[in-house]
Design a protein around this ligand. Structure first.
Ligand code: SAH
Length: 330
């Protein structure tokens, strides 16, 4: 909802300023599906608001899943479609939001990359993905947001940052910065810009290989920014913020040799605030080959032997094609 237009509309109706705050509070609560339900407003005002505004800029096409993981296909006002995932994960209800329709980076293991880039989302379309889930689960509420859906958040940074401000704001969704995470394929100049903002939002970098040629073979962005540049930017981020930096590493047949493990150990151990998230590779048409059980065990044994700490990410929603890298709408 365009809040500056709301303010203007209420001013024109000469309503007291608390009305604006009341409506905004109602709006972000997730409690109301339409203005008619806001019975704390006069019937006349509700009708006026219904004529001018809609609560969400996106509409549900389909939703699949169970209690713990759900995936929604959402239609935007121009007919483009995105996917958004809800996870009942540990203590916090989490939404995995999309930041773009499609993605220009074309990583070969990722379904979104295979559909190409359609357009950036505007801030409202990002925030509305969370509002959409809030409406569904009311009176529960979303406590954590990860920018790990479709798209590269750092290539739509202005809109993503505007969305983050709304998500984080006390007058908006009021989700703490530490409960928000961004994942990037490694857009080096934006990692530096992000570090300079000195905000408490978590950053994750999709690493997937510490060998330049191998990384290039499945992540075209590696040709633009070398591993050395990426590592320098990551060290800069950690030095500037003194925060942990997470590296995502999906386990494939192509990146789990002894040499890969050795390079990864050196990389992670080079900075005390580098932290490793291992992810089982999810299946994608025309994607890469998941590491076999044997390859995975060998790789993890090697990390253990050299004392590298890691988390093995529980992967949600493979059956729904809702897991990391499986979101696509064409
Ligand atoms: N563009 C951003 C965020 C979107 S993807 C990025 O690249 O980080 C979120 C995470 O899922 C990334 O770490 C991405 O590398 C990973 N991913 C993509 N495809 C995957 C797959 N098939 N299996 C497991 N993880 C995958």
């Amino acid at each position: 909802m365009d809040l500056s237009l709301l303010k203007k509309t209420l001013d024109e109706l000469e309503l007291p300023s608390f009305r604006y705050r009341q409506i905004v509070k109602n709006y972000y609560s997730g409690r109301y599906l339409n203005f008619d339900q806001m019975t704390d407003l006069s019937l006349d005002l509700r009708q006026k608001l219904s004529q001018t505004f809609s609560l969400l800029s996106i509409s549900e096409e389909t939703v699949v899943g169970d209690e713990s993981t759900q995936k929604a296909l959402l239609k935007l006002s121009d007919g483009q479609k995105i996917e958004s995932v809800f996870m009942d994960y540990e203590d916090w209800l989490t939404v995995c939001v999309s930041s773009q329709v499609g993605c220009p980076l074309a990583c070969s293991f990722c379904a979104t990359g295979k559909m190409g880039f359609k357009r950036n989302l505007i801030a409202g379309e990002i925030v509305d993905q969370i509002l959409y889930w809030n409406q569904k689960i009311y009176p529960k509420y979303i406590g954590r947001v990860v920018f790990m859906g479709m798209g590269e958040p750092f290539l739509n940074w202005e809109n993503v940052l505007e969305a983050i401000n709304i998500i984080n704001s006390k007058d908006g969704l009021n989700i703490g910065a530490r409960k928000i995470s961004i994942s990037t394929a490694g857009v080096v100049n934006k990692i530096i810009e992000f570090a300079n903002l000195d905000i408490q939002i978590n950053l994750a970098v999709s690493l997937h290989s510490v060998d330049q040629k191998t990384r290039e073979s499945f992540m075209p962005i590696a040709k633009k920014y070398s591993l050395l540049e990426l590592k320098n930017a990551c060290n800069y981020y950690v030095g500037k913020t003194n925060r942990q930096l997470f590296f995502e590493y999906a386990l494939m047949s192509e990146n789990t040799s002894q040499n890969d493990a050795k390079l990864l150990v050196n990389f992670i151990k080079s900075n005390r605030l580098f932290f490793l998230n291992l992810i089982p590779l999810n299946l994608v048409d025309g994607g890469m080959t998941p590491a076999t059980k044997k390859q995975q065990e060998f790789f993890i044994d090697y990390l253990n032997k050299f004392g590298v700490e890691y988390s093995l990410r529980r992967s949600f929603g493979q059956k729904l094609n809702a897991a990391c890298g499986q979101l696509a709408t064409v």
